[in-house]
Design a protein around this ligand. Structure first.
Ligand code: E4P
Length: 230
């Protein structure tokens, strides 16, 4: 399962792009509003940081077909290849998805709250559908089970559409979604940190360093090898 970073914060994007194996960045209007300022410059900067090959998912703000098409063209014109246009699973959105996918645009159907919406989006040509795990759980639905249903529907239909699971609050949710065979998950910086951090790992690393120093002093293994090969 690919991991994508769900933020528009430039410091977080720089950090995770350098250190973690992220496949790209996702944003939505709320995420962009959180950063504020010159949003066009912000989007350009994000593309500059992640480079031209990683996925960049940017959501439309237009809600009617004609405006959606023009806005999608403008976004791809600004951000180039590997830019996915996020379009909510509305009737206007599905009409725009049919049109844009037939022209070769990469579409991520977003705000997906049911497997039937995911099926319609896939038939309309979406590259990804983004079911919202926590938002489902907050209305007493089983978010992970719905992701599993969508994945099973896509497997049965042998479609190329992938699941990009979204709206995570916990590491457990991410791991449960990974077990469904979903193609990707987009997570906040906070959840991304928690996927790797472990106190026992930190303690183990500290112990290795201490044991090494106690035995060999302030020298690295690489330095010792360099000395013997001179
Ligand atoms: C994906 O990009 C979604 O917009 C995002 O994951 C939603 O997350 P939230 O429910 O935490 O706002």
């Amino acid at each position: 399962m690919k991991l994508i970073l769900d933020t528009a914060n430039l410091d977080d994007i720089r950090y995770f792009n350098e250190y973690y194996p992220i496949a790209g960045v996702t944003t939505n209007p709320t995420i962009l509003a959180t950063e504020g300022g010159d949003v066009v410059e912000l989007l350009k900067k994000i593309r500059e940081i992640i480079g031209p090959f990683k996925e960049f998912h940017v959501q439309l703000t237009e809600t009617k077909f004609d405006g959606m098409i023009a806005e999608a063209e403008a976004i791809v014109g600004l951000l180039g290849k590997n830019t996915y246009i996020k379009i909510p699973a509305t009737d206007e959105g599905i009409k725009a998805t049919k049109f844009l996918s037939s022209k070769g645009y990469l579409i991520t159907t977003t705000a997906v709250l049911s497997s039937s919406q995911a099926m319609i989006a896939s038939l309309a040509g979406a590259a990804y559908v983004a079911p919202y795990v926590s938002r489902l759980e907050n209305i007493c639905e089983d978010g992970v089970a719905i992701v599993a249903d969508i994945q099973a529907i896509f497997d049965a239909a042998k479609t190329d559409t992938q699941v990009l699971a979204a709206s995570f609050k916990t590491v457990r949710q991410v791991l449960s979604v990974a077990l469904t065979g979903a193609g990707a998950a987009t997570v906040s910086a906070d959840v991304m940190y928690k996927l790797l951090e472990h106190l026992t790992t930190d303690r183990s690393v500290a112990m290795f360093e201490e044991d090494w120093k106690n035995a060999f002093g302030d020298v690295t293994l690489g330095e010792l090898i360099a000395k013997t090969s001179k």
